[in-house]
Write a protein that binds this ligand. Structure first.
Ligand code: PLP
Length: 385
C-alpha cells in the first residue's frame, strides 16, 4: 500500500511493511532467517541486504511498521528496550554531557545511565517531570543534553505534558526523549506533540503476548538516525528474525488490545478506589488523578496499568502473593494480568536511590480477560489481607 501513511492507525498497524510475498503470493511475508545474502557480482546487493546484523527483511518490515505507527521518518529495532536506549544515548551524548531524567522512570533506564554510561563520563540528574516548573528550574541551574521522560511513568503513573516539556527542552537546547512503552502509539504519539525521539520496550504492549523481548527507537532527525543506525550495526544488539516477526504479529492487534486494556483498567481502578483497604489508587483515568486533564488531552485512552498503595509494605507483599488470576511476575503489557511488587521486583535496582518506589505500592498490569473475573480476583485477595 503506497499511501499507507494517510490511513488510520489500525490500517497502518496491519498493513505497514506487510506487502504480500511477490514470488508465492503468501499474504503473510515469510520470516527471513538467512544470515547472509547472495551478491550479483561483488558489491551487487539486492535491496541493500548484505549480512544479518546490518539488515534483515523481517526486521525492516517491523521498522517500517513502527515508524508508521509513531508517525516518524525512521525506526530502528533492537534486541531489547535497554539495547535501544543504549544506542540512542551513545548516539546523542558525549563524555561530560548530562541526562535530566524523570524521577519515576523504569529502574533499568536509571541503572544504564548511572552505572554503565556513568563510567564513560555521562552524568545524570533526576527531577519530577510532571512538574514543568521544576524541570525549568533544573535546566536553568545547569544545562542537560537530553531530557528523558516516561508518561505515564512507571510505576506511579505520573503524567507529563509532552508539548510543554518539548518547548522547555528545545529552548534549553536539549533532545527530548519520550519512553512511550506504557501508552503505546495506539494511545499517544509523542513525535506529533513535539518530542524528538520515542523509545519503546516492545517487550510490553507492542509485542503484547509476553513471548518476545525487544526494543525500538522512532525519530525524525536524519543525522541522529544515522548515528543510532551505525551503533545498531557496529555494536550489534539487533532483533533476531523470529523476534521481529512475533513483534510485528503482535502489533497488528495493538489498537483493539489497548482499547480493552484501558476499559478493564478503568473498571479495576474504580473498584479499588472505592475499597476501604486501598489507601491510594494511581491511574490517570480517575478524575482525582492530578494528571487526568493532561492525559485526557494527549492520550486517546488511559492505558492498562493501575498501581495502588496499601497500608504498609507487609500488606503489599501479602496482596501481591495472594491474587490468583493476576500472576505474580515482572513485566507488563501482555494480554494476561500480572501483579508486581516494584520495591522488591522491577525496581529493586533503584532501592535506596532517588528513584526508590514506596514499599507499600503494588503495580497491576491489567490484561484483557473478562473484567468481572479480574475484579473478583482482586476482591478475594483484599479480603485475605
Ligand atoms: C521494560 C521497560 C524498559 C526496558 O525494556 P526491556 O525490553 O526490558 O529491555 C524500558 N522502559 C520501560 C517503561 C519499561 O517498562
Amino acid at each position: 500500500m503506497t499511501d499507507i501513511d494517510s490511513r488510520g492507525f489500525e490500517t497502518r498497524a496491519i498493513h505497514a511493511g506487510q506487502t504480500f510475498d511477490q514470488v508465492t503470493g503468501a499474504v503473510i511475508p515469510p520470516v527471513h532467517f538467512s544470515t547472509t545474502y547472495a551478491q550479483d557480482g561483488i558489491g551487487g546487493l539486492r535491496q541493500g541486504y548484505e549480512y544479518g546484523r546490518s539488515g534483515n527483511p523481517t526486521r525492516s518490515a517491523l521498522e517500517t511498521q513502527l515508524a508508521a505507527l509513531e508517525g516518524g521518518a525512521h525506526a530502528l529495532s533492537f534486541a531489547s528496550g535497554l539495547a535501544a536506549e543504549d544506542a540512542l544515548l551513545r548516539a546523542a551524548l558525549h563524555p561530560g554531557d548530562e541526562v535530566l531524567l524523570g524521577d519515576d522512570v523504569y529502574g533499568g533506564t536509571y541503572r544504564l545511565i548511572a552505572r554503565v554510561l556513568g563510567g564513560w563520563g555521562i552524568g545524570v540528574r533526576v527531577v519530577d517531570m510532571s512538574d514543568l516548573a521544576a524541570v525549568g528550574a533544573a535546566l536553568e541551574e545547569r544545562p542537560a543534553r537530553v531530557l528523558w521522560v516516561e508518561t505515564p511513568s512507571n510505576p506511579l503513573l505520573r503524567i507529563t505534558d509532552i508539548q510543554g516539556l518539548a518547548l522547555l527542552g528545545h529552548e534549553a537546547g536539549a533532545l527530548v526523549v519520550v519512553d512511550n512503552t506504557f501508552a503505546s502509539p495506539a494511545l499517544q504519539q509523542p513525535l506529533a506533540l513535539g518530542a524528538d525521539v520515542v523509545v519503546h520496550s516492545t517487550t510490553k504492549y507492542l509485542g503484547g503476548h509476553s513471548d518476545v523481548v525487544g526494543g525500538a527507537l522512532v525519530l525524525n532527525d536524519d543525522a541522529l538516525f544515522e548515528k543510532a543506525k551505525f551503533l545498531q550495526f557496529a555494536v550489534g544488539a539487533v532483533s533476531g528474525p523470529l523476534d521481529a516477526w512475533l513483534t510485528t504479529r503482535g502489533i497488528k492487534t495493538l489498537g483493539v488490545r489497548m482499547q480493552r486494556h484501558s476499559e478493564n483498567a478503568q473498571v479495576v481502578a474504580s473498584f479499588l478506589d472505592a475499597h476501604p483497604a486501598v489507601e491510594r489508587v494511581y491511574h490517570p483515568g480517575l478524575a482525582s488523578h492530578p494528571g487526568h486533564a493532561i492525559a485526557a488531552r494527549q492520550m486517546s485512552g488511559f492505558g492498562g496499568i493501575v498501581s495502588i498503595a496499601l497500608g504498609d509494605a507487609a500488606s503489599a507483599r501479602r496482596f501481591a502473593e495472594s491474587t490468583r488470576l493476576f500472576q505474580l511476575a515482572e513485566s507488563l503489557g501482555g494480554v494476561e494480568s500480572l501483579v508486581n511488587h516494584p520495591d522488591e521486583m522491577t525496581h529493586a535496582s533503584v532501592r535506596g536511590t532517588e528513584l526508590a518506589v514506596p514499599p507499600e505500592v503494588v503495580r497491576l498490569s491489567v490484561g484483557i480477560e473478562t473484567a468481572a473475573d479480574l475484579v473478583a480476583d482482586l476482591e478475594e485477595a483484599l479480603a485475605r489481607l
